[in-house]
Design a protein around this ligand. Structure first.
Ligand code: 4AD
Length: 430
């Protein structure tokens, strides 16, 4: 009999089905055994009655340890009091592998203990819920761009030059030459956007961050869009449409997972277009009014972002940052060259910056001057300067950090749970 997924049990009420999975938990009360089994799509309680199934299979059921792999056959019944709302009246049981004593029990464990066993920790219902939501977010993002005729143009992972400053580069030996793991696909995106108009890339990016925080990974996934002929305002509008699209998808399709995580879904549902937009200077005013000693020109730290975003119920764009604290490629504001036409999107509820983006310098001489000011090697950027030589146009783009978005939508304290195998400061195992 072909196996069915537990999440699809509603279509099988009253029928005999087979489920392939692992034993999550077990209880017995005399001549009845309750086997709670997970198959990756959900949990279901299987009920084994000794009298109905016979001595041998009942004894086999009793031997099962946590995480033993099993194939269960039984009749699906609605049972609102059971986990997931269904039960299986077991008619057959096949044991694939009896698991050794499982290190992660149903008691509380410390985070370091769990992190060292991440390859097993991901089997916990909460971790599976997060990973399912992450998957849904990735699909929604790709769908969003597909529906708007963006071309998926993947950027390289090994690069000859820095995009986001030289302090967080992971260096490689590329056949005797220095190379780096990509911090961002943006520079290549600008090239593909000049070819294809509207493009995006979605891949892993790497930053040797020296700080240990709740928001930083060394390896994280970023979806980055780049659009020829779009200015900073068009760019922000696209981002807010993308975020509301993703929220809608997650709320519609991940209700079960959000419930497992105890996420306050009303806060997500309340987010409406358009998102508030404030300048960096206005954000500094908010900080000063909150009693912070903040000097115009400094960059925001996580606590500053939390104060700023706490004034809004939706994500907020902060635009026009001081030139000095932003990347070399950002276009100066023609009205005030002390600031650039860049905008970051801060998530509500203290989740911090989830998107960085803005309008790029399209003038050759200015870009050359900036590359020199930032002491970047001009030879490595020769190809990038060509984009300003051959049909330069105003263009904008952005990058959304997937893990920070997952942390926000799932309502997680720490970024380490947002990716199957996080790469943290001084932590690579498993
Ligand atoms: O603001 P950032 O540095 O922007 C860029 O890299 C641009 N080149 C993107 C572009 O315009 N194409 O990074 C973008 C986002 C941040 O808002 C954050 O969500 C995420 O990437 N991010 C990190 N996420 C986890 N761990 C880290 N160490 C991160 N650094 C950035």
């Amino acid at each position: 009999m072909e196996a069915v997924l537990i999440k699809n049990f509603a279509q099988h009420i009253g029928k005999e089905v087979t489920v392939q999975g692992w034993l999550y938990n077990k209880r017995s009360s005399g001549k009845i055994l309750f086997l709670i089994v997970r198959d990756g799509s959900g949990l279901v309680q299987g009920v084994l009655v000794k009298q109905e199934i016979g001595e041998d299979l009942f004894a086999l059921g009793k031997q099962l340890t946590q995480e033993s792999s099993v194939r269960l056959t039984g009749i699906v019944k609605e049972e609102p009091r059971s986990v997931g709302g269904y039960e299986m009246q077991i008619t057959g049981l096949e044991v694939i592998c009896i698991a050794e004593e499982y290190p992660i029990t149903h008691k509380e464990h410390g985070v370091d203990f769990l992190a060292d066993r991440r390859h097993l920790w991901i089997r916990a219902p909460r971790q599976m819920a997060i990973l399912r939501i992450r998957s849904e977010i990735e699909h929604a993002l790709r769908q969003f761009f597909y529906e708007r005729d963006f071309v998926l143009a993947d950027a390289p992972i090994m690069t000859p030059a820095a995009c986001e400053g030289t302090t967080t580069l992971f260096e490689l030996d590329y056949h005797g030459e220095k190379a780096y793991l990509s911090q961002s696909g943006q520079l290549y995106n600008e090239a593909t956007a000049m070819a294809l108009g509207r493009i995006y890339c979605f891949g892993p990016t790497f930053r040797a961050e020296k700080s240990k925080t709740r928001r930083h990974l060394m390896e994280f996934w970023m979806i980055e869009a780049e659009m020829a002929y779009l200015d900073m305002n068009d760019n922000m509008q696209l981002q807010e449409e993308m975020i509301t699209y993703v929220i809608q998808r997650v709320v519609d399709r991940c209700a079960r997972e959000l419930k497992i995580l105890d996420r306050d879904v009303e806060k997500l549902k309340a987010i409406k277009l358009p998102f508030p937009r404030i300048s960096y200077t206005e954000a500094v005013e908010i900080l000063k009014q909150a009693g912070e000693e903040f000097v115009w020109g400094d960059d925001f730290g996580a606590p500053h972002e939390t104060i700023i975003s706490s004034h809004f119920n939706a994500p907020v764009f902060v635009h026009r940052y001081p030139t000095e604290i932003k990347a070399f490629y950002m276009k100066p504001d023609p009205e005030d060259p002390r600031v650039v036409l860049g905008a970051d999107l801060l998530a509500p509820e203290g989740y911090g910056e989830i998107i960085g983006g803005g309008q790029r310098i399209d003038d050759l001489a200015l870009l050359q001057a900036r590359i020199a000011e930032h002491k970047l090697p001009e030879e490595a950027f020769a190809w990038y300067l060509d984009l300003r030589r051959y049909g330069s146009v105003p263009h904008s783009g952005f990058g959304l950090g997937l893990e920070r978005t997952v942390a926000w939508l799932c309502g997680l304290e720490h970024i380490r749970e947002t990716i199957p195998f996080p790469r943290m400061l001084h932590k690579m195992y498993p």
